[in-house]
Design a protein. Structure first.
Length: 234
């Protein structure tokens, strides 16, 4: 973190990477077998013939749409990677369903604030909702509850206890505002948090539901307990 890559040089043994600290300017060189370069994503809107439809693009090449996924040409909808928001397959799928429902019923509902994201590393990182930085900017009063997988029986039993669950709730209503999970199965655990947030659930709602023991999912329950009351096992 807080480090930039100055150069990468291929060597006989792999790759030599020169790094520089953003804070101090100090440089160091490390060696690696492989370097993965991630340069982000851009909308795939070129070559679609959009110039023949009258659809307008924004400055970054995305297709703007409204809450019903309509473009500036009302009978054309835009979903998925051609429009704004996270470029995730499940986000595109939900938008497709919402667009078809609106075409058939004039009713469309999709909350882009409650779309889970997963980083498929080991351990995995998964999150849904907002983080503390965003809530501070919005002047929202919140409380935080955390629980470490080092205190989770299932994680200890299978020797996979790296990570934690962090729950952020509204300080007054205890409504779930954001859930962040780091563990080997974070991508699976985030589904429960997403379901709860979809129906405006609170930390107490999750904490009062029975979770099987021993399971990784107990960590989410414990983090919710820590946020609104007292955790049982930490």
């Amino acid at each position: 973190m807080s480090t930039k890559v100055v150069s990468c040089t291929k060597t006989a043994d792999g790759v030599s990477v020169e790094l520089e600290s953003v804070d101090t300017g100090k440089r160091e060189t490390i060696t690696a077998d492989v370097v993965l370069v991630s340069v982000g994503r851009r909308p795939y809107t070129e070559g679609l013939g959009l110039e023949n439809t009258g659809i307008q693009l924004d400055g970054r090449g995305f297709i703007p749409n409204d809450h019903k996924l309509k473009t500036n040409v009302p009978h054309i909808r835009a979903i998925g990677d051609v429009t704004t928001g996270p470029m995730l397959a499940h986000k595109a799928e939900e938008e497709g369903v919402a667009a078809v429902e609106d075409i058939n019923t004039s009713y469309c509902e999709i909350d882009h604030e409650i779309i889970p994201s997963v980083i498929y590393t080991h351990p995995e990182v998964a999150f849904v909702g907002k983080n503390e930085q965003t809530l501070k900017k919005e002047n929202v009063k919140y409380k935080v509850g955390t629980f470490s997988f080092a205190a989770n029986s299932r994680a200890k039993a299978v020797d996979d206890s790296d990570g934690l669950v962090k729950v952020i709730i509204d300080a007054n209503t205890e409504k779930l505002l954001g859930v962040h999970i780091i563990c080997s199965c974070a991508g699976e655990l985030i589904a429960e948090a997403t379901l709860a947030m979809t129906y405006s659930g609170s930390a107490e709602d999750i904490a009062r539901s029975c979770h099987a023991h021993p399971t990784f999912s107990e960590a989410l329950k414990e983090a919710c307990l820590a946020a609104y009351s007292l955790p049982i096992n930490s």
